[in-house]
Design a protein around this ligand. Sequence first.
Ligand code: GRF
Length: 205
Amino acid sequence: MKIAVFCSGRGTNLQAIIEAVKCGEIKAEIALVISDNRDAYALVRAKEAGIETLVIEPKDFPTRKDFEKEIIKHLERKKIDLICLAGFMRMLSPDFVQRYRNRILNIHPALLPSFKGTQGVKDALEYGVKITGPTVHFVDEKVDHGPIILQAAVEVRDDDTEETLAERIHQEEHRIYPQAIKLFVEGRLKIEGRRVKILNETNNK
Ligand code: GRF
């Protein structure tokens, strides 16, 4: 199975996925890393791991359709089976989502359906929740909305700042994102409406 990871920033989740592939935990190949931002540190991480990288920036295309057409061209060239969004700060169009239906995963730094959007850590902290944590989910046409695969609970401490809380959420992200990808690769995720059932390792039941 071939994976493409889409990143816009630091790429610490990409790193966790790279390591899980390297140690054989995920039996798949990261065939491509795509960034919409040429300065993303994720690109450095991918190159160091010997993975093909591509910078595809929306400003170089007249429309979002053209931007996505370019992305699709490369996904097809590399025969990509699974797309993992890892800090990719861009919405994919309904057409794109339909083309790769149930083959796009995302990680969000809050317990969905709470605190959707780009400031999931800050919003949870300001709201005053006592428990937050990351969510790995399938991507559908709506923002941070598709069926949930895995979540992890992170306690909010009285003295937390956005940075200290984000740090602990990241540690859990790096644990559950590779785990969710492994389950996908092993064919152990069964989507039933909004629910994702995790099939048994041995008999897939
Ligand atoms: C993570 O917090 C993830 O939940 C969110 O974007 C961030 C990406 O971090 N979608 P990194 O680039 O993987 O370090």
